[in-house]
Each structure stands twice: as structure tokens, then as C-alpha cells.
Design a protein. Structure first.
Length: 167
């Protein structure tokens, strides 16, 4: 007999833990973070408490640095795409346009041992975000995605284009 309708799969965090989390996460994001992390929520709250600051790296999905570092430190996380799947990083309105660079910088700073170089990791992450969207883009969405492509291609040379030659 299935009991999932009457028994919670994961216990809800205590009111005291939610109150403590509100000191380190935006208040309206605390339930989202608690739901995403489940039993790991208290661990991430303690990690956030130990940090000087816990900035949001992904503002669209309310994903903080403490959450990213916790998930990235798990041995099953081998790339930013793995982190995305467990945190919703880059799955909001901007599709990773603004948060991916902040995140790869934070992961590089805390020396996460991913197999790919930071540039290749970022390139793979952005490609995964584009993969399913490209055929469906139109109008304003196409303009937003082109802005993101321009940011990474023109500013950061993510596509590896050669420098312009002087005449």
C-alpha cells in the first residue's frame, strides 16, 4: 500500500531552522532552498552561517553560494551541469546568462576539482542551456538569448574566435 500521500518523504525543517536560515538567505527563498535540499538543508544553513557572506549566484532561481558549494563538493558532481540539475542554477528567466559566470568564478575560487577546465565547464553549461531552446526562440526571447550569446562571445570570447587582424 502506498503511503506517500500521508507520510512525508522528507521531514519539514523545524521553525527554528527556518528562522536561522532567514538570517543567511533571502526570506522568500528559504522554503525554496529547504525543498530543494531536503535533509541537507541544515548542513547548508550551517555552511552559510560560517561564510562571510552568502550571495545569490542565481537570482532567477534564488540559488546561493553556500548551496552551490555544498552541491559541487559532492563526489557525484562533475560539472556545472550536475550542479544545475540539483539546484536549478541557470534554469530561470535568464537561462544562465548572468549566473553562470558568477558561479564558475565561485567554484574556481573554492577550488572545486572538476575534470573540465573552468572555460570548458562554462562552455558546456551554456551549450546545455541553449540546446533545447534554439529551435523555439522567437521575438523577445530570441533577443534575450542573443544578448546572452553576445555577452559570452564578444566579451569573454567563449567561442574562441581569433583576434581581429590589423590592416
Amino acid at each position: 500500500e502506498c503511503r506517500t500521500a500521508i507520510e512525508p518523504i522528507i521531514d519539514s525543517p523545524s521553525p527554528a531552522m527556518l528562522e536561522k536560515a532567514a538570517k543567511y538567505f533571502p526570506v522568500h527563498s528559504v522554503p525554496l532552498v529547504a525543498n530543494r535540499l531536503g535533509d541537507a538543508f541544515p548542513i547548508v544553513v550551517e555552511r552559510a552561517a560560517a561564510m562571510k557572506s552568502n550571495p545569490l549566484l542565481c537570482e532567477c532561481e534564488m540559488v546561493s553560494r553556500a548551496e552551490i558549494e555544498y552541491v559541487a563538493s559532492d563526489p557525484s558532481s562533475q560539472s556545472m551541469t550536475d550542479v544545475r540539475l540539483r539546484t536549478r542554477l541557470g534554469m530561470g528567466t535568464c537561462q544562465g546568462t548572468y549566473c553562470s559566470l558568477r558561479t564558475i568564478g565561485a567554484l574556481t575560487e573554492c577550488r572545486m576539482p572538476f575534470p573540465l577546465s573552468p572555460a570548458d565547464n562554462l562552455r558546456e553549461f551554456l551549450q546545455e542551456r541553449w540546446k533545447g531552446l534554439r529551435p523555439a526562440l522567437w521575438g523577445l526571447q530570441a533577443r534575450e538569448m542573443e544578448l546572452g550569446r553576445a555577452v559570452y562571445a564578444a566579451t569573454l570570447n567563449i567561442d574562441g574566435a581569433k583576434d581581429e587582424q590589423k590592416i
